[in-house]
Ligand binder design. Structure first.
Ligand code: PSV
Ligand code: MN
Ligand code: MN
Length: 387
């Protein structure tokens, strides 16, 4: 294992995790939004907070935007503002779920006028990508039905395919479309993109620039997510992760908090399948309803790093040998050895090598940023989610 350490450290230095603008704003459940002092009032202030996370972790150089939650007059200026803080704007997330017109869906809606409106929004998101220099358009649709017979399941798939194809045709050479699935909510009977198979089938028809997003909170309990990851990577169709934790449904808790072993197993398949490259976007999609937001994002990033470090430490040769010889217990032991390694000292060293504090959460608390924003920012903005 010691021989592998320099390579593991090098790999950890190349890791990038994208943080979501909405993690920095106020959020909550449909029961209550607990406002916190110092939360950002504008997209620029969200970037200021994201820059702090990058300053202390060194691995979060990009920030996802959600439109219209992050609507501004001038997106190129916002990108320049990010650049001045050592950041880049990352994925543009569309939002076709918070408008009265979308009661029966957006691009799958039975009325062509509503479908057109939703499509125009998606095309506007590509215009924004042109201005921000973003590579990825991340699409999640709340579309679905609540009752059997409510709409024609097959026709809705046809409408979905038509709209996706129009957006795909608008993408530039370097741009990608990432299609995110979720098995239920807000629709409770059918969801139009409920699972990886549906997302994969659409992406396959669309072409090379269309990839699937795996949001770790979007599966039925007991689903083997690492199997999905292995399958998508094998097909060249894994585009991104939305990392978060869940105990019940789409809980959006800190990544690696509920089930760090699952996160490790997912990262094992990413590394095994050749997905540990910039081709796979490692994003967080989470909301911090009761905990302080910036240190919660930092903690999540550290949890992703720990899972990655453990996955990188798997002795692949020993594992392959045990698998070849059918030694079930030894194969499992090789994997568990890596999982049970305390990688915190290794990550502390990686940070120190990069001139960072070995403990990013402590460094953030010492920085005085939380007090400064609480004093300066009055009337913080709601993330737009979960109200
Ligand atoms: C939907 O539940 C989702 O996971 C999508 O990624 C949305 O864009 C995001 O949540 C908003 O938090
Ligand atoms: Mn998501
Ligand atoms: Mn979600």
């Amino acid at each position: 294992m010691t021989d592998a350490l320099p390579a593991v450290k090098d790999a950890l230095r190349t890791q990038a995790v994208e943080t979501p603008s909405w993690a920095y704003g106020n959020s909550g459940t449909r029961f209550k939004v607990f406002a916190q002092p110092g939360v950002p009032r504008t997209p620029r202030e969200k970037l200021d907070d994201a820059a702090k996370v990058h300053e202390f972790t060194g691995v979060t150089p990009t920030v996802s935007l959600h439109i219209p939650w992050d609507r501004v007059e001038d997106y190129a200026a916002l990108a320049a503002y990010a650049g001045e803080r050592g950041l880049k704007l990352g994925a543009i997330n569309s939002n076709t779920f918070q408008d009265d017109d979308y009661r029966l869906g957006s691009i799958c809606h039975p009325d062509a006028k509503v479908r057109r409106k939703a499509l125009d929004h998606l095309l506007e998101c590509v215009d924004i990508m042109d201005a921000t220099g973003s590579r990825d358009l991340k699409l999640w649709f709340a579309d679905g039905t609540n009752y059997p017979g409510q709409d024609d399941i097959r026709a809705r798939q046809d409408r979905l395919a038509e709209a996706l194809s129009a957006v795909y045709g608008r993408l530039g050479d370097e741009q990608r479309m990432l299609l995110e699935y979720k098995f239920f909510e807000p629709a409770f009977y059918t969801t139009d993109v409920p699972d990886w198979g549906t997302a994969y089938a659409h992406c396959l028809t669309l072409g090379q620039k269309a990839r699937v997003v795996v949001d770790t909170g979007h599966h039925a309990p007991g689903t083997n997510i690492e199997f999905i990851v292995a399958t998508l990577l094998r097909a060249g169709k894994l585009g991104a992760f939305d990392f978060n934790s869940r105990f019940y449904a789409d809980d959006d808790l800190m990544a690696g908090a509920a089930d760090p072993f699952q996160l490790f197993r997912i990262m094992c398949e990413v590394i095994r399948g050749g997905g540990f490259t910039p081709d796979t976007a490692f994003m967080l999609d989470q909301c911090h309803n009761i905990e302080a937001k910036i240190p919660a994002v930092i903690r999540s990033v550290m949890n992703v790093q720990e899972a990655t470090a453990k996955a990188l430490l798997v002795d692949r040769e020993a594992l392959a040998a045990a698998q070849r010889s059918g030694d079930v217990l030894e194969a499992n032991a090789v994997l568990m050895d890596a999982y049970n390694t305390d990688v915190r000292p290794l990550l502390a060293e990686v940070r120190e090598d990069q001139g960072l504090d070995p403990d990013p959460v402590a460094a953030y608390h010492r920085s005085g940023w939380a007090r400064k924003i609480a004093d300066e920012r009055v009337g913080g903005q709601q993330a737009g989610w979960g109200a």
